[in-house]
Design a protein around this ligand. Structure first.
Ligand SMILES: [Zn+2]
Ligand SMILES: [Zn+2]
Ligand SMILES: [Zn+2]
Length: 262
């Protein structure tokens, strides 16, 4: 199993439009962050978590030729608005793509993208989905399992996922403000934690963890191997400098970062 960070930026991406700060003007590729998405590959199984507005360019950049299924975390534009570009895979694979939505986002998904789940006239090239709603049940896809793990994103609910190939467990908790105790239980013994961290300053945000809060939460969860931080804004500082001052085994993710778990 391996996974690839397709995007590691907050909702506006980095560089932020119209900004000329040190991060937005950096020429280091690690300081260019598209909207958050993760690609998980295990043999022929290819799974995406979230399809934001940069989904199309991420697929091209990473030569993604096949998608087995897509999981969603919540209905915010930066996680969902690449839906229409999944049409390429519907056509390539000549099949409906299974998607897994938390039940609390189904109504908004149907209102916005209802055309992807209704019967279509022959010859049209719209995305076609097999819609599955999830609450707390673990979903199995070939050798992989995906266990929903609910987190709080201010006033919004978000499903994180603990995915595993049976030997390594990885938690993907993005757009996180706090974690309920019930989810903390599910995180016991995870090997790798992927957690959102918005910015370096001590300023708090109503819906996101700042860096200090993310480090503290990572310590409480205590992943066996490492924590990767994602959903990062330009206010995190320049990648190499911020990384130098982080505790051991806490790493800033960047677009294109691939973690091969063998
Ligand atoms: Zn987001
Ligand atoms: Zn900036
Ligand atoms: Zn969000």
């Amino acid at each position: 199993m391996k996974f690839v960070f397709l995007g590691t930026g907050t909702s506006g991406g980095v560089p932020q439009i119209g900004c000329s700060c040190e991060v937005c003007e950096s020429t280091d590729r690690a300081d260019t962050r598209t909207r958050c998405s993760l690609w998980i590959i295990d043999g022929p199984t290819s799974v995406i978590i979230d399809t934001g507005p940069d989904f199309r360019s991420q697929c091209l950049q990473n030569s993604i030729s096949h998608i087995s299924a897509i999981f969603y975390t919540h209905f915010h534009a930066d996680h969902v608005f690449g839906v229409d570009d999944i049409r390429a895979y519907t056509c390539l694979q000549d099949q409906k793509i299974p998607i897994y939505l938390p039940d609390f986002m189904e109504e908004r998904f149907r209102a916005c993208f209802g055309y992807t789940i209704t019967e279509q006239s022959p010859g049209l090239t719209r995305p076609k989905f097999l819609l599955n709603t999830i609450q707390d049940q673990t979903i199995r896809l070939d050798n992989l399992s995906f266990e929903p793990a609910e987190i709080s994103h201010g006033s919004e609910r978000v499903k994180g996922y603990v995915f595993s190939n049976g030997s390594v467990r990885v938690a993907y908790l993005i757009d996180c403000k706090s974690i309920p105790e019930e989810t903390m239980e599910k995180l016991k013994g995870v090997d790798i934690l992927i957690l959102s961290a918005l910015w370096k300053t001590e300023k708090t945000h109503p819906a996101h963890l700042n860096l200090t809060q993310a480090i503290e939460l990572s310590r409480r969860i205590g992943p066996r191997t490492a924590t990767y931080l994602s959903h990062i804004s330009h206010q995190m500082g320049v990648h190499v400098e911020t990384q130098q001052n982080l505790p051991e085994n806490i790493l800033l993710a960047h677009d294109g970062l691939e973690i091969d778990l063998g």
